[in-house]
Design a protein around this ligand. Structure first.
Ligand code: ATP
Length: 388
């Protein structure tokens, strides 16, 4: 085993209550009283109290991490409850940070919870990271992941990273300044972000709820190992889990030869191509305008560019399904009329804007896309439709 020195110094003695509460940890060689005292002294920052953040926060709290920070700005929605188990039915509409803090207090009142009620951004990341020993990234977007990576490097902190999609997940530990030259960062795994629109988010592609527990619990495990100096952390390795095959693979990861040190933050939205909405620009149509147009004498042809699974959940009446992938391949063009206006829509307006760009490039100009997608349509036009 290639254990690292423990990240955190031990706290003062354990109390009687600590000994009773953590007794099953105290019995394990590798944690014991020494490891538990380190946990008590640990300050862990968890970014996002969502699918991954939920199990991470719950297990770190139960394990007795002394101080847990939560960075989260969002509120609990119905579609979160299938996997974000730190929140419950009675938390719907509440800030996730508040709900998570309450759950943690219920699990372990000895944990000090610091909720940073904000979006992690360039202007706050490094300062917040400096207040903690270890960062755990439970976020869901590439811009934030690169920011977490670079800010962790600038603050000199290790961080545990996890990612989930449908039935697959990945976990690793990144730390530019890791002892024994084991420093690898997220940029060594993914030097470049994927082209915008090529990797669907969980909101678009879906995620298997129990996968979050597997990956989140692995992330909490790595955090506890680093804090206590127990076992071999996933430094320089990525663990890949396939829930359908029920298999784990561990892939080696090296620092790219000559990779420069991270010395500053950059514009992550621009780096990831998510800064500007695709250049469909003013070729969008508002939901209410589309509703009027659909009931006019010359209604446009309405095209749903989502996946069939989404189409089967809910759709706008009268729409035809032509999935987004058929726009990339060019197959969509032959299915669209040249003599009538075409309006494309997706869930939130991102995929439809991309599909529209492909149509414009192919020469079909008489086309627009629904601004804000089906989500905006449901809010502004037809509240009777369910939203996912
Ligand atoms: N930059 C950021 N700062 C703070 N929290 C963030 C940031 N980026 C993402 N998050 C939070 O990370 C969590 C990610 O969790 P997850 O993807 O499971 O949830 P979600 O975004 O609610 O899901 P969905 O997109 O399916 O509705 C979210 O709660 C989100 O608010």
């Amino acid at each position: 085993m290639n254990a690292l020195p423990p990240l955190v110094a031990p706290a003062a003695e354990l109390t009687r209550d600590d000994i009773a509460r953590y007794s099953r940890h105290l019995l394990i060689p590798g944690i014991g009283v020494g490891g538990q005292r380190r946990l008590k002294n640990a300050r862990v920052l968890v970014i996002g109290a969502g699918g991954l953040g939920s199990p991470v926060l719950m297990y770190l709290a139960a394990a007795g991490a002394g101080t847990i920070g939560i960075v989260e700005f969002d509120s609990v929605e119905m579609s979160n409850l299938q996997r974000q188990v730190i929140h419950g039915e009675s938390d719907l509409g509440r800030p996730k940070g508040e709900s998570a803090r309450e759950s943690i207090r219920n699990i372990n009142p000895h944990v000090e919870v610091r909720w940073h009620n904000l979006r992690l951004e360039n202007r706050n990341a490094v300062n917040i990271f400096r207040q903690y020993d270890l960062i755990v990234d439970g976020t869901d977007n590439f811009a934030t992941r690169y920011l977490v990576n670079d800010a962790a490097a600038l603050a000199g902190k290790p961080y545990v990273w996890g990612s989930i999609f449908r039935f697959e997940g990945q976990v690793s530990v990144f730390w530019e300044d890791a002892p024994h030259g084991r420093g690898v960062t997220y940029r060594d795994l993914f030097p470049d972000p994927p082209a915008p629109g090529t990797v669907p988010s969980c909101a678009e592609g879906g995620v298997f709820g129990a996968l979050c527990a597997t990956i989140g619990s692995l992330m909490a495990t790595e955090a506890i190992k680093l804090i206590t100096g127990t076992g071999d952390p996933l430094l320089g390795r990525v663990l890949v889990y396939d829930a359908l095959a029920m298999s784990f693979r561990s892939l080696g990861l090296r620092r790219a030869a000559g990779a420069p040190r991270i010395t500053e933050l950059t514009d992550y939205e621009e780096f990831c191509g998510t800064a500007i909405a695709p250049s469909a620009g003013d070729s969008s149509i508002a939901p209410t305008e589309l509703a009027d147009l659909l009931s006019s004498a010359a209604p446009p042809v309405l095209i749903d560019v989502r996946e069939r699974t989404e189409w089967e959940i809910v759709r706008i009446e009268g729409a035809t399904l032509v999935p987004h992938s058929e726009f990339d391949s060019g197959a969509a063009l032959s299915q669209l009329p040249q003599d009538r206006e075409v309006v494309l829509y997706c869930k939130t307006g991102v995929r439809s804007a991309e599909a529209l760009e492909a149509l414009h490039k192919a020469g079909l100009k008489n086309a627009r896309h629904l601004r804000g997608g089906l989500a905006a349509w449901v809010k502004q036009v037809d509240r009777s439709l369910p939203m996912y």
